[in-house]
Ligand binder design. Sequence first.
Ligand SMILES: NC(=O)c1ccc[n+]([C@@H]2O[C@H](COP(=O)([O-])OP(=O)(O)OC[C@H]3O[C@@H](n4cnc5c(N)ncnc54)[C@H](O)[C@@H]3O)[C@@H](O)[C@H]2O)c1
Length: 359
Amino acid sequence: MSKSINVRTPSGNYEVLVGSKLLEDYNFKWLVQNRQVLVVKDSNVPNKILENLSISLDNSEAKQVEIMEIETSEKNKSFEGLMPIFEVLNSSKFNRDCLLIGLGGGITTDMVGFVAASYLRGVDLIQIPTTLLSQVDAAIGGKTGINFSGSKNNIGAFYQPKLVLMDTDSLKSLSKLDFVDGLAEIIKHSLIADKNLFTKLENIFLNDKDLSDAELTQIIYESSLIKAFVVSNDEKEKSDRALLNFGHTYGHAFEAIQSLEGFSHGQAVGLGMICASHLSLLLEKISSEEFEKIKNLIKSVGLPHELPDNFNEDDFSEAMSRDKKILNKKLRFITLRGIGSAEITEDPPDDLVLKSINL
Ligand SMILES: NC(=O)c1ccc[n+]([C@@H]2O[C@H](COP(=O)([O-])OP(=O)(O)OC[C@H]3O[C@@H](n4cnc5c(N)ncnc54)[C@H](O)[C@@H]3O)[C@@H](O)[C@H]2O)c1
């Protein structure tokens, strides 16, 4: 049984489906019949997942199906990395009526989304995210793009897909680290918008229970609902979409610091969410009980909850002031007003920000 979410944006509406066996069971005919289809697969996605998709596509009377693999790394998420995809489209004479399918994590969905936005000025797209992070975050909302000249995601387009399929079976082959990175984003969604989801996560992870398939589907669904709601109201990040950056102002600074090298994005954001919650406590927007609950949940899923011994405060201040320069001298923090509600705090005093990292 799958669950469905309708994403409504000014540039298009689409369905997000969450459930198991989706790739085997989904009838793609309405999107695929008589069309040229290119599947771009992350090379680390197990072949069994591709086989299931291929069988469903074969049953959907596509005119032509091409499959190609890409290597996914932040380095390859670049103009150079896109070239082989454009070359296949061009050499196979794909026309404006073709359809692209991105099958992989957030790197793949960002790259394939950008190709779909720009090939022949825009062709149809299906996103099939295969990591937890890409399911609850990257594949919903139409942000696509690549890295350029040392900056992340600085070239891209807002481009909505026609369909997003989140098959929970595809998560079984994920590494623990990649799975936990996705949990960080689910916790983030609960903190900014859904106290009930936060309590549900506490019940699962504080009791050290094994996550059942039904619970996994449910938390992906509830988390995706929040992302879908936020982007439906603010497709191009003019206002509320910024709330999704909870924990990220710290996270970006942590990712730039040498002593935290080797931290994944989810780990940096997990730690960033604890600091942002601490800032909320210092600003008297949440209670110390709420702060402890947040810290405990983040810790319970296996994310770091304290800074390493060799952490250097000066490096942190330097990384923050670099961001400050880029952002017109103002830093934006997302703070909590209780669990399940968030707001923007513009440029809090530097000494308070420094205090907030002392956990
Ligand atoms: N567009 C957006 O709104 C948005 C939001 C958040 C993140 N992002 C982007 O998403 C990327 C991070 O996404 P991610 O964490 O999914 O990274 P990723 O695409 O690098 O995937 C993580 C790892 O899992 C592997 N993988 C993917 N599916 C697998 C599967 N089913 N089984 C085993 N291994 C599998 C990948 O090869 C990779 O090694 C970043 O580039 C980030 O900028 C975009």
